[in-house]
Write a new protein. Sequence first.
Lengths: 115, 113
Amino acid sequence: AQSVAQPEDQVNVAEGNPLTVKCTYSVSGNPYLFWYVQYPNRGLQFLLKYITGDNLVKGSYGFEAEFNKSQTSFHLKKPSALVSDSALYFCAVRDFQTGANNLFFGTGTRLTVIP
Amino acid sequence: DAEITQSPRHKITETGRQVTLACHQTWNHNNMFWYRQDLGHGLRLIHYSYGVQDTNKGEVSDGYSVSRSNTEDLPLTLESAASSQTSVYFCASSEDRVGGELFFGEGSRLTVL
């Protein structure tokens, strides 16, 4: 069965420093991987996705993620954190090859950027 | 601009009552989804629909039902509300069934007393 793990419930980073939010996955076959962000009292917003091609994916708001098949990881990164990046981040996977065409979400990582 | 709206945004109800959460999207997407968000669980899929008259059970469908009579709406019904169904509920839609992004509503916070 497919699954997604976000090993850190909370990540704190100083403004201007690089940030990483970790995600590992387990699927049969090739995964479709996604990152979403949730600001307080709002719905989730799409950041970026990996389906095929270049392992480094660029997305909204200066975020990027690196797909690593050997480590089954899809970590979210940003070179320089902003206070406005503080939010809840979700990694998700879709394993269409097993017929499960729906997203399975991780438990989320709360990112706090300290001024 | 196209959007997806949920109502009510907040609701308090009592155990055993029937509750319906509305979801309306103007994206003209065929694919619609209901998720619930709980601390420690992330988002879990309740029901989904790939088009009019199509409904499917998700990971946590017990105690919930949906109907799809048109493209725009996917109401979620709790037949007999239970305290375990206290949660934040999110509706989402997508154009592409497989690789497309989901567009989420603002959420409906339901408290069952």
